[in-house]
Write a protein that binds this ligand. Structure first.
Ligand code: PLP
Length: 405
């Protein structure tokens, strides 16, 4: 709010491919795919056409009770076919945070249905971002997002993002019989691009199985080719109990998210009388949003953006590494997925008082959008970005760093 109050606002007026234009007609390279979501790039007429066709046939209708619609069924089947989850079931929602709430409630409800209602505790990781709905605000790995809202969801705790031993120790501290689930992003995104250490997820998966803790992967950023596959976690060869997705599923053309659930976890709810999972939202399974997602998935497949993504990942990594020698830069984190962080030195941030907001503003003034977080500048361009555009992005960021020195 105080950014807007200082004015003038930056009004995004048009977008095409990796470019956007402001209200004055000036052009910018979208180095962040908006908020990590526009994987196929902007202005795809195939998605616009699919939306038009669907909205003219059936705009929207609830999927409450036994109501269904063809796009929601088809999308769920396609997602299930690609998910690295056993006997997958799909719950559709309108976004990431809502899906985290759904997964957390489902995890607790699952244990209650199995006669273990004391299994309530939710463990997440430092730096992890899971949206700002009720459960997301409660399990987020950055305290500043929780402060000032009173008591939130109780029985949660956070462990260091890079230590499987820390997870095991926390499960033992709480008592395995009280832990419902563990949440992790394949690569931590909004918290600052933190990559898992070698072998981390295999070990996590083993620990969760050993103590019967549900392993919930938050692939909201990492899915839909950003890590060169459908859900990101395939990269580490493990099969979680639930996968939360959003963003890249529709490249953000319309809001959509959801949870893929292991059949074993879904099972108690299918076989109970009445309505054992009293949960749902008005726009879940929205047919027009589902049509947009399927047109987006068609593009990912037709243009093989999975393979493209692996190549972009390598080029982005080497281009960002070029910034490591800059005097203001402490480290570059990249190399898994089309995303990276350029972290400033403590000396720059504290003694010299340089802020990432200043670097962001200088970069934007030079026609490139990056994302500032307290210690780093983050990049996550659309997957259709070219080598030349990546070099333009990193050299512009270098120029902005020089300007604030
Ligand atoms: N989970 C992750 C990993 C995210 O990055 C985000 C949003 O950035 C969310 C959840 C929340 O998604 P939404 O903003 O759609 O609620």
């Amino acid at each position: 709010m105080n950014t807007v109050a200082k004015g003038p606002e930056f009004v995004v007026s048009r977008a095409e491919g990796v470019w956007l234009w402001d209200q004055y007609g000036d052009r910018y390279l979208d180095g962040t795919a908006s908020l990590w979501y526009c994987n196929v790039g902007h202005g795809r007429t195939e998605i616009a056409d699919a939306v038009h066709r669907q909205i003219s046939t059936l705009d929207a209708y609830t999927v409450y009770g036994d109501f269904a619609n063809a796009p929601a069924i088809e999308l769920s089947e396609r997602l299930a076919a690609h998910a690295p989850v056993d006997d997958p079931r799909v719950i559709l929602t309108c976004g990431g945070g809502e899906s985290i709430d759904t997964a957390a409630k489902l995890a607790r409800g699952y244990w209650a249905a199995l006669g273990q209602p004391e299994r309530q505790h939710l463990i997440s990781r430092t730096g992890g971002y899971h949206g700002l709905n009720g459960f997301g605000t409660s399990i987020i790995g950055m305290d500043r997002f929780r402060e000032g809202y009173g008591r939130l969801v109780e029985e949660t705790s956070v462990v260091p993002y890079d230590s499987a031993e820390a997870l095991e120790a926390e499960i033992l501290r709480v008592g395995a019989h009280r832990v419902a689930a563990f949440f992790a992003e394949p690569v931590i995104g909004a918290g600052g691009v933190f990559l898992p250490p070698e072998g981390y997820f295999a070990e996590i998966s083993r620990i969760c199985r050993k103590y019967g803790v549900l392993f919930i992967v938050d692939s909201v950023i990492c899915g839909f080719a950003r890590m060169g596959n459908w859900f990101g976690i395939e990269r580490f060869g493990v099969s979680p109990d639930m996968i939360v997705f959003a963003k890249g599923v529709s490249s953000g053309y319309l809001p959509l998210g959801g949870v893929v659930v292991d059949g074993r976890v879904a099972d108690p709810f299918w076989n109970q009388e009445g309505n054992p999972f009293l949960h749902g939202t008005t726009y879940a399974g929205h047919p027009t949003a589902c049509a947009a997602a399927m047109a987006n998935m068609d593009i990912l497949e037709r243009e093989d953006l999975f393979t493209v993504s692996r190549e972009v990942e390598r080029h982005l990594d080497s281009a960002l590494r070029g910034l490591e020698s800059h005097p203001l830069v402490a480290e570059v984190r990249s190399g898994v997925g089309v995303m990276g962080a350029v972290e400033l030195t403590e000396e720059a941030l504290t003694e010299r008082g340089i802020t990432t907001a200043e670097v962001f503003a200088e970069t934007r003034a030079r026609g490139v959008i990056v994302r500032p977080v307290p210690k780093a500048l983050l990049v996550s361009p659309p997957l259709v970005v070219t080598w030349e555009q990546i070099d333009h992005l990193t050299s512009t960021l270098a120029g902005a760093l020089d300007a604030v020195m």
